[in-house]
Design a protein around this ligand. Structure first.
Ligand code: UTP
Length: 290
């Protein structure tokens, strides 16, 4: 099974990140030197993705522009002799093929995926959400692609979360099978701690097969009046067509301010030029009482 396309839904309103996201898409907020969406696209490229399908709306065109050439900027950088930055700007523009489809009404994540149907047609495809940033070895969408290739089934990414935090997430019930995978039997959205079937929380990485479109087409609105992808995945689980892969590594929820800021610090601390200066400033801040 070859997976070349990744659907990246970006049509949501990003209400958790307002007012920063009033006019700037959540996916374009920077984490250290790059916008969030570039990390997502680079993770996909690392796993063999060559085409990204942005499910977008009329206020989000700057996301597509980020992965396009900008000749005026390139001329300016060339004239200024800023060749390192020029190479970087061109590298980003050329890194991936971009396809954009418009979700004309924001009817939910399930509906956003359905909007990509004409582009994905009969191929298996990845879905990657910008809220979840994954870093480390052997983590992210590449692990899900391997699982789909082994099992021939749709795959959802999960992470282990502390038990007291399960009610913030969608959680799976599953039986352990080989290679860190689970056969998923049930998906429960935000369960009370006492009723959670596990502490394995669903994060924004999926590999789906075209069969999902038939389910999504008939899917009625669920929680919040939205067409939920999780409800459609339950349809797959009912037919024993869904596995979960437990992902390790660092994960940041970019829609949560503490996590977003921590991700910025994580990357800055990994930058040799900035590290020492940043540590010094942070120490000063922590020791200052005012
Ligand atoms: P969320 O509901 O978590 O994101 O959808 P949101 O609406 O952007 O942000 P908050 O929660 O209000 O802060 C998960 C993903 O699905 C996309 C969003 O852009 C986000 O990446 N989405 C959601 C769509 O593309 N279309 C929709 O109708 C709903």
């Amino acid at each position: 099974m070859e997976i070349k396309k990744a659907v990246i839904p970006v049509a949501g309103w990003g209400t958790r990140s307002l007012p920063a996201t009033k006019n700037v898409p959540k996916e374009m907020l920077p984490i250290f030197r790059k916008p969030i969406v570039q990390y997502i696209v680079e993770e996909g490229i690392g796993a063999g993705i060559s085409d990204v399908v942005f499910v977008t709306n009329q206020n989000k065109t700057i996301i597509e522009d980020h992965f396009d050439r900008n000749f005026l900027l390139e001329q300016l950088l060339e004239r200024a002799g800023k060749t390192g930055m020029l190479d970087e700007v061109r590298r980003v523009a050329d890194m991936v093929n971009v396809i954009a489809v418009r979700q004309k009404e924001q009817l939910g994540l399930g509906h956003a995926v359905l909007t990509a149907r004409e582009v994905c047609k009969n191929e298996p495809f990845a879905v990657m959400l910008g809220d979840d940033l994954m870093f480390g070895r052997n983590t992210g969408i590449g692990e899900l692609i391997k699982a789909a290739q082994i099992t021939g089934k749709a795959v959802v990414g999960v992470i282990e979360v502390p038990e007291e935090k399960v009610s913030k997430y969608g959680v799976i019930k599953g039986e352990k099978i080989e290679g860190g995978m689970y056969r998923v039997t049930k998906l429960v959205e935000k369960p009370p701690v006492a009723e959670a079937p596990s502490n394995l929380a669903i994060i924004g990485r999926y590999v789906l097969l075209p069969e999902i479109f038939e389910i999504l087409e008939k899917q009625k609105a669920g929680v919040g009046g939205e067409i939920q992808l999780t409800d459609a995945l339950q349809g797959l689980a009912d037919q024993d067509k869904l596995v979960a892969v437990k992902l390790a590594g660092q994960r940041f929820d970019a829609g949560d301010w503490v996590e977003y800021l921590t991700a910025n610090i994580y990357f800055a601390l990994h930058d040799e030029e900035l590290r020492d200066e940043l540590v010094k400033r942070l120490q000063e801040l922590l020791s200052c009482s005012g």
